[in-house]
Ligand binder design. Structure first.
Ligand SMILES: Cc1ncc(COP(=O)(O)O)c(C=O)c1O
Length: 410
């Protein structure tokens, strides 16, 4: 292999193809064997033909690979394909979604800086922002992310970053990306968006002005429950100025094996997410208004509390549904335990439909008042819709509703 990621990465290619094509071909680096399927380079490093060549590589005069803590051909293919999918200049892959979130923040923040983020966030992101950053002298203000006035009011002279996910986990609240970006731009604040729930197919934060996008690739990108991974996407400049050296020196790198799994998963990403989203839309319509359910929230439905904003910034409703079962925890548990096909698990974006009770799992570490303020009640369930035949899913949720009705009847 003589090429480098820089030689073939899609953003550099003379021609860019449409998303479906980039997902199959983008970023491919072929070795001298000209393999059809992308090779897995399971190696910590690389040998050099001479001491002079090693020196040139380290000086950056020869752009080849050096060490898999910061560059590897398989990882480079995954990164280039992700960049093509997102429409970003560049991507960096890391070990997990949380490695992506933490690295995107720590790579440029320093003691004395200030960060603003919504209260409604994935629990580990709340811990990083509310507990870890202050330990390092970086203050954080948590707000209601739906309220643009709250973003503006939280800005201080020291504010360096706005961080948020949209739609939020698990209540599917939506944050106005362009609105938050406009406030950030007034003060030179970096906007980082966790785009996990929307996926790159349905929402493009960079197009709406965000500076950085992060993913848990563990979710829809793998979509088959096999491995963890994370991705950070931004401009070449931001990555060169902030992220590259941070990742190189601190080492939250992804295994080439996991990068290969994720690279191959991207080939079917669009097909999977389109089908999951179609199934979710159908299931949400089936569930809405059914006896035993106090509310059904789905980003693709006109009764979503922020439907106009969803229509402005999302191209699809994605694969997550939030349902509030009447009768609290006992009824929510009865619903889950009656399911035969949809499995109880806290992952999302998987080919298999999965359901979780956030109050007792993903959000159990939050104080009860904080959960209540976020709308995470005793009866709330988060349903991640998979690739099964939707008629089978409908029969399964009907069994769940029957169990709720039986419980209510005593
Ligand atoms: C919105 C969001 N961000 C980040 C993460 C963390 O991803 P990972 O589990 O790959 O570290 C998750 C995981 O559920 C998530 O839902």
């Amino acid at each position: 292999m003589t090429k480098t990621a820089e030689d073939t990465a899609c953003p550099e290619a003379p021609r860019r193809y449409r998303t479906a094509t980039e997902l199959v071909h983008g970023g491919t680096l072929r070795s001298s064997f000209n393999e059809t399927s992308e090779a897995l380079f399971m190696t910590q490093g690389f040998v050099y033909p001479s001491a002079e060549a090693a020196e040139a590589r380290f000086k950056g005069e020869d752009p080849g690979f050096i060490y898999s803590r910061f560059s590897n051909p398989t990882t480079a293919m995954f990164e280039a394909r992700m960049a093509a999918l997102e429409g970003a200049e560049e991507a960096r892959a890391v070990a997990s979604g949380m490695a992506a979130v933490t690295s995107a923040l720590l790579c440029f923040l320093k003691a004395g800086d200030h960060v603003v983020a919504p209260r409604a966030m994935f629990g580990s992101c709340v811990w990083v922002i509310e507990t870890l950053l202050p330990r390092l002298g970086i203050e954080a203000t948590l707000i209601d992310g739906r309220d643009l006035a709250a973003w503006r009011a939280a800005v201080r002279p020291q504010t360096r970053a706005f961080f948020f996910e949209t739609p939020t986990n698990p209540t599917l609240e939506v944050i106005d990306i362009a609105g938050v970006v406009a406030i950030a731009k007034e003060s030179g604040i970096t906007v980082i968006v966790d785009n996990v729930f929307a996926t790159p197919l349905w929402q493009s934060p960079l197009t709406l002005g965000a500076d950085v996008v992060v993913y848990s690739a563990t979710k829809h990108i793998d979509g088959q429950g096999r491995c963890l991974g994370g991705v950070i996407l931004s401009s070449k400049q931001w990555i060169a100025d902030n992220l590259h050296n941070f990742l190189r020196q601190t080492g939250p790198c992804i295994s080439p094996f996991n990068a290969w799994v994720l690279l191959k998963a991207l080939e079917t990403f669009q097909l999977r997410v389109e089908r999951q989203s179609a199934n979710a839309a159908r299931l949400a319509d089936h569930l809405a208004g059914r006896p035993g359910l106090a509310r059904v929230v789905y980003c693709g439905r006109p009764d979503h509390p922020q439907a106009a904003l969803v229509a402005r910034q999302m191209k699809g409703g994605s694969s997550l549904i939030a349902i509030e079962v009447e009768g609290g925890k006992a009824a929510a548990f009865a619903f889950c335990n009656a399911l035969r096909l949809i499995r109880i698990s806290n992952n999302l974006g998987d080919a298999k439909s999965l359901i979780t009770h956030p109050q007792t799992t993903t959000h159990q570490s939050l104080p009860a008042e904080a959960r209540a303020a976020l709308g995470i009640g005793d009866g709330l369930l988060r349903l991640s819709v998979g690739l099964e035949d939707v008629e089978d899913l409908i029969e399964d949720v009907d069994a769940g509703l029957a169990a709720v009705a039986a419980l209510a009847a005593g």
